[in-house]
Design a binder for this molecule. Structure first.
Ligand SMILES: [Zn+2]
Length: 348
């Protein structure tokens, strides 16, 4: 009897260990609707507007076919080996817990695990809440081993780099430190490329390749890549560019994951989580252009995970983005303890 229970305990220990990750990569794609993730492009938009080039590339008979065309990495490479949740047509529910349904409150919720109702604007203010990244960075094993790259210049505020000391490269800030030629070129290019959006948001091209190059060169234990083209194009009513930005983000995910799985250090020890900060409204009433508590459905989100800890993100019940922080900590074999309330990890 004693032997059996010892053997069982050992089995449990091995099972838990098998689900932990040494490395974690988080990619957020701002304001991407679950409707496009699981159903592909909206066919009425393709016919109604002058989007013939997109219709040819992304339109099809069924939602599944269209989703495969729009995000082939997510559906063909990730899903069979990972977790992809938030398809409301299959009653898979992933939601925002904060009451605002826009970016700063959303990223605060993701990174602190706390849907703080006092975080109610996108203004430039240093977040009083501590993120799981800040908690991790105080551990010797993670010190100077965490990096955040964001297209929007608010990430340094959301993660309070002044207090936390985290490396946050966002907006049009140049990456500093010992740089190679490609990193220097990216620093230069971000000022030469057209400023398509506004002073606070650079193009994702720069953010993604800065992050990927840093990953290859400096080998962080935790990396965050926060993309934003999708939300910006939607806000300017350019459904065509919104769709193309989703497709491009999926291509970058493939490049990122293929690198991770080709690198000796990262291979089979790294979990990748992909999600969004909020949803958007319906196509019918042009709700897709915006989001916020006045736009029905923009609290509805989705996420995907692949890697050794992907199973920790699986659940049959409704999941809130506030649960990611504690779940990621668990995936890294750490306990999330912080001086504010937070949502517990995802449970099956
Ligand atoms: Zn937005």
């Amino acid at each position: 009897m004693r032997f059996i229970s010892l053997a069982f305990l050992l089995f449990l220990q091995i099972a838990v260990k098998a689900q932990t990750s040494e490395y974690f990569v988080i990619v957020t794609i701002d304001g991407v609707r679950w409707q496009e993730v699981f159903g592909g492009v909206d066919s009425t938009m393709m016919s109604a507007k002058n989007y013939q080039h997109l219709k040819k590339q992304f339109d099809a008979q069924s939602g599944i076919e269209k989703a495969n065309l729009l995000m082939p990495f997510l559906h063909q490479q990730l899903k069979p080996n990972g977790v992809l949740l938030g398809n409301r047509t299959e009653n898979s529910l992933v939601e925002v817990a904060n009451p605002y349904w826009f970016s700063y409150p959303g990223y605060n919720e993701i990174f602190t695990g706390y849907p703080d109702s006092a975080i109610n604007s996108n203004d430039k203010f240093y977040n009083p809440n501590v993120s799981f990244l800040e908690v991790l960075s105080k551990q010797a094993a993670f010190k100077n081993k965490i990096a955040v790259f964001g297209s929007w210049d608010r990430f340094s505020y959301i993660l309070n780099d002044k207090r936390s000391g985290l490396l946050v490269n966002d907006g049009f800030r140049n990456l500093e430190g010992n740089l190679n030629d490609f990193q220097k070129l990216l620093n230069q290019q971000q000022h030469e490329l057209p400023k398509l959006f506004h002073d606070a948001e650079r193009l994702d091209y720069v953010t993604f390749y800065h992050a990927l190059e840093y990953l290859k060169k400096d080998k962080p234990r935790v990396l965050v890549i926060a993309l934003g083209d999708t939300d910006e194009f939607a806000h300017s009513s350019q459904y065509d560019f919104y769709v193309e930005a989703i497709h491009q983000s999926d291509k970058w995910l493939k490049i990122l994951w293929n690198y991770i799985q080709s690198d000796k250090q990262y291979k089979n020890k790294t979990t990748l989580l992909i999600t969004t900060d909020h949803g958007r409204g319906a196509i019918e009433d042009k709700g897709w252009i915006g989001h916020g508590s006045g736009t029905k459905g923009s609290n509805e989100i989705w996420f995907a995970a692949i890697g050794p800890s992907a199973k920790l993100f699986e659940s049959d019940s409704k999941i809130y983005q506030a649960q990611f922080a504690a779940t990621i900590m668990k995936a890294l074999g750490m306990k999330y303890t912080v001086n504010h309330t937070y949502y517990k990890e995802i449970t099956k």
